[in-house]
Design a protein around this ligand. Structure first.
Ligand code: SAH
Length: 237
């Protein structure tokens, strides 16, 4: 540990003097797995440097595992996405601080916290009520003034009451892009980033300009399915 801290100190300066093991793993993750893999946006890198990922994984997970570049279980058969993919999707979103963002699939709340640290104005939807309330608690304990709206509901068709959005980011995969999500984008350049496809999925970014929609295809990915459920609609937490 001491050796690593000394090595880290050379690269990261004074910061390490006062910080913990988790911070070392966090810096390594940002440097090697996110910046090192090509993500350049300073707002994104800064946010990943701030959010303590260990608080969003199951209790007892070692820091080295919490900061590994892979998905991790969060209970209820769901996972928190791999850090690089979260960063990559946020870069695809291309939304400046202050944008109005709809996040579908709150899960652990990790990406919600990253969005909050980027200065976004966030509405987040989660289908599983237990995950929604746990994420709300975790995020608000860390960022009580973030102004995030947590909603326990089916987000398959977005969330009309707060539309339009500058950005919509979906953390689970529908077989096809739901048209309702496209319709809830701001008509002046709103961006929808999501995985789509059932067996073979790809990340897509859709941009709306008036009534025109353009689509870019990106990386092949493997996300949990975006589930459709009428039963679970509960509304605001
Ligand atoms: N971004 C999350 C990743 C969570 S995994 C994180 O940082 O932890 C995807 C989540 O999408 C799961 O929690 C799952 O319950 C949720 N989900 C699946 N279908 C959904 C739907 N129709 N509406 C809202 N959430 C949904």
């Amino acid at each position: 540990m001491e050796k690593n801290q000394e090595q880290g100190k050379d690269e990261w300066g004074e910061f390490l003097k006062t910080d913990s093991t988790s911070s070392l793993f966090r810096m390594k993750m940002v440097k090697h797995d996110i910046a090192g893999a090509g993500v350049t946006s300073p707002e994104i890198l800064d946010a990943f440097m701030k959010v303590p990922r260990e608080k969003f994984v199951l209790p007892g997970t070692k820091a080295s595992v919490a900061y590994g570049n892979y998905p991790l279980p969060i209970g209820f058969g769901q996972t928190v996405s791999q850090p690089y993919i979260v960063a990559f999707m946020l870069e695809m979103l291309q939304c400046p601080p202050g944008s109005r963002i709809l996040e579908i699939g709150t899960g652990s709340g990790y990406q919600t916290a990253i969005l909050a640290c980027m200065g976004m104005n966030v509405v987040t939807l989660e289908l599983i009520p237990e995950l929604a309330s746990r994420a709300r608690k975790t995020v608000l304990e860390l960022y009580p003034d973030s102004g995030i709206r947590f909603i326990a509901a089916d987000g398959y068709n977005g969330w009309l009451p707060a539309a339009p959005y500058d950005g919509i980011i979906v953390s689970a995969s529908p077989p096809k892009v739901p048209e309702e999500l496209e319709q809830q984008l701001s008509s002046s350049g709103g961006r929808l980033v999501l995985p789509a496809g059932s067996w073979s999925q790809r990340l897509l970014a859709i941009t709306r300009c008036g009534s025109d929609f353009s689509m870019e295809e990106s990386l092949p990915v493997r996300f949990v399915p975006l589930v459709r459920s009428e039963r679970r609609q509960k509304g605001n937490l």
